[in-house]
Design a protein. Structure first.
Length: 230
């Protein structure tokens, strides 16, 4: 997790008021949403689980890098990225933006009562230092949106005799093929059955998972694949 410096007692006091005893860091390390995501195999994002303050602030910096935005535009952008799954309240967004401003990570352009936020150079440097985490946060938002779309379609037609149509609807809504969803479930079941494995077996499983992760991360060579089919 990244750490934001405090600028004196006054800022620390306001941060405690805004975010609770954990301050803008969102509590202890690992309590934020990314800690839950990684610690629960990517399934930690539920309606009851919130982003840590550091994570939210990092996403705000990434959105401001795209273009300057008002606070309500940032809320709408996060809502759109998650297909309506994550829509932070103004009471969460505006204190976070004020804190970024006090850290000199963002600047404000005021027009009457409206404020438009811009990414400052210090904020860009901080974002660059945590670019991979920001990308993972937005990827996970997209995953949550797709998962909800799949479940809505799949469960909505659970009683329908036309199972093939239900699968097709779920695939169209989420972009996920049924075979991918089934493969993920098969992996979870396999790991669950090995929860009491001894250390030697755990090492074997870890090696398998590392190899699979490395292969998944590789970009497919479409050119060579097409040549092989010719």
């Amino acid at each position: 997790m990244m750490h934001f410096p405090f600028h004196g007692f006054a800022v620390a006091h306001r941060a405690k008021h805004w975010f609770g005893p954990g301050g803008p860091r969102g509590g202890r390390p690992g309590r934020g949403w990314m800690g839950g995501w990684e610690g629960m195999g990517g399934e930690g994002f539920t309606r009851g689980r919130k982003f840590g303050a550091d994570e939210l602030q990092l996403m705000l910096l990434a959105l401001l890098e795209e273009q300057p935005r008002h606070g309500y535009e940032l809320i709408k952008a996060l809502e759109a990225r998650s297909n309506g799954f994550y829509s932070p309240s103004p009471g969460v967004i505006y204190p976070a933006l004020t804190y970024l401003e006090e850290l000199d990570y963002a600047t404000v352009e005021a027009h009457g009562n409206r404020k438009r936020y811009h990414l400052a150079e210090a904020g860009r440097a901080h974002l660059d230092a945590h670019r991979e985490q920001a990308e993972l946060l937005f990827a996970a938002l997209s995953h949550a949106a797709r998962k909800m779309a799949w479940m809505k379609q799949a469960w909505g037609g659970a009683d329908s005799p036309d199972g093939a149509k239900n699968d097709a609807d779920a695939e169209a809504a989420s972009g996920w093929l049924k075979e991918l969803v089934e493969a993920r479930h098969a992996l979870k079941r396999a790991l669950l059955r090995r929860t009491d494995a001894d250390h030697a077996e755990q090492r074997r499983i870890a090696a398998i998972l590392r190899r699979a992760a490395a292969e998944i991360e590789q970009q497919p060579n479409r050119t060579s694949g097409q040549e092989g089919e010719a």
